[in-house]
Design a protein around this ligand. Structure first.
Ligand code: SF4
Ligand code: SF4
Length: 415
């Protein structure tokens, strides 16, 4: 990997200018409306300076630090998903002409994206989405057009948030792959600077055009120290790889009902999640005669009609919908797509208005590692069967209780 020392002001300006000159649509974090969001950049000055973020379940706050750091915050609700898989997009337009139909599709974006400030969890989230949306058997052509040639400028997370848990999911805080350039912010006795390293040939080609001086061995060891310090703060909270096995057999665990008592089924967690990909299509007859369009919008497994089969929702209760979401993200996604559906970014926890914490809910389902005698040995089919049977016994009691509550109130039973 080539590396240079980059000035945090002029160097970032040059980075944005070169990417624009090379024909990219450059997008990065900006401060707008009291949050950090992603938007088009015209210069390095558009990137935030001197901001920190505090996150907790149901809470996200930013405050000025008064220093010159450029990436001293963790991301907000926005994710890069909104660019490669927009929340709302027209997918086709139909016009009746001469007794037939002409179908047109929106043109592909004119310029490839360059994303600046991509955290490790976000690099991984794009790769998770790629596996779903670029599946050779069922590729999404619109996603493919938007993702093509995207230039990734990743950033080492210098200050993780309390809701971050990427290290449990084999990630962060230092991106290891999936980027063209990697920036690490250094702020020590040698001054404030950015270490820029290339991850691909085109990243190396851009690096060679950026102003800066060759990185010294001290710069490189300072960058390693930034990552090591974060790894200490971010001790793994869950054993990500074992979750599919640990969650197997929890279908009737009473904790699903306990979460459902708090969950508003608002869908926030799925909307902010950088890997959730459910969508729905709507046809729109237009006022102009003989014209109709079709749009695609993000959807959520928390919506009641999302599981409609034969005119009725299969997952009518909130507990069933929360269970579907959590077990898909952390367990069955692996079987389906070969990776976990979760990168441990913590957005679902931070932006849940009820403060429901995916890590804590999962621990309640599988038990803390210290209480499990199966963390250091292979889990057998017998273990799973025993656990399923334990949960089923207690789960029936909980379900019976809620069903009778619903009967008393005249509401629906649990699914
Ligand atoms: S878990 Fe939280 S964010 Fe998700 S649907 Fe329930 S209340 Fe909304
Ligand atoms: S499930 Fe939550 S922690 Fe995992 S990737 Fe989605 S938003 Fe991030």
């Amino acid at each position: 990997m080539n590396a240079i020392q980059l000035d945090p002001q002029g160097g970032l300006d040059a980075l944005v200018e070169l990417l624009l000159a090379d024909g990219f649509r450059v997008v990065g974090p900006v401060v707008t409306g009291g949050v950090i969001a992603y938007d088009d950049l015209s210069s390095g000055d558009d990137l935030p300076t001197g901001w920190a973020v505090e996150q907790a379940p149901g809470r996200w706050r930013m405050h000025e630090t008064g220093d010159q750091t450029r990436f001293g915050y963790t991301p907000g609700a926005a994710s890069w998903k909104q660019y490669v898989f927009p929340a709302h997009q027209e997918v086709l337009r139909i016009r009746r002409t001469d007794g037939s139909f002409a179908v047109t599709r929106p043109p592909a974006p004119e310029r490839p994206f360059a994303f600046i400030g991509v955290r490790d969890c976000e690099v991984t989230a794009l790769e998770v989405l790629d596996r779903v949306q670029l599946d050779p058997d069922y590729p999404d052509p619109r996603y493919a057009e938007r993702r093509r040639d995207a230039f990734i400028v990743a950033v080492t997370c210098a200050v993780p948030s309390a809701t971050c848990w990427c290290t449990s999911m084999d990630g962060g805080p230092v991106p290891q792959h999936g980027f063209d350039l990697l920036l690490t912010e250094l702020n020590d006795s040698d001054g404030h600077r950015l270490l820029a390293e290339s991850g691909t040939d085109r990243g190396a080609e851009l690096l060679a055009r950026l102003p800066g001086s060759l990185a010294t061995p001290l710069d490189r060891s300072a960058a390693v120290a930034v990552g090591a310090a974060d790894t200490d703060i971010l001790a793994p909270k869950l054993s990500g790889k074992e979750l599919p096995t640990l969650l197997a057999g929890t279908e009737l665990h009473p904790h699903w009902e306990e979460v459902a008592d708090r969950c508003l089924a608002c869908s926030n967690c799925t909307m902010v999640c950088p890997t959730c990909f459910c969508s729905t299509f709507t046809d729109h007859p237009e006022l102009e005669p003989d014209v109709a369009s079709r749009t695609q919008e993000w959807a959520s497994c928390f919506q009641l009609d999302h599981s409609n089969l034969g005119g009725r929702p299969v997952r009518a209760s909130v507990s069933a919908r929360y269970r579907q979401w959590l077990t898909h993200k952390l367990a069955t996604w692996t079987e389906q797509f070969g990776t976990s559906g979760c990168v441990g970014c913590g957005r679902c926890t931070t932006w849940c208005p009820a403060g429901i914490d995916i890590v804590q809910e999962t621990l309640a389902l599988i038990g803390p590692a210290a209480d499990r005698d199966n963390t250091d040995r292979d889990i057998t089919d017998r273990d799973i069967t025993d656990r399923a049977s334990d949960h089923r016994d207690s789960g029936h009691r909980a379900s019976d209780h809620r069903a009778s509550d619903h009967r008393d109130s005249g509401g629906p039973g649990t699914a």
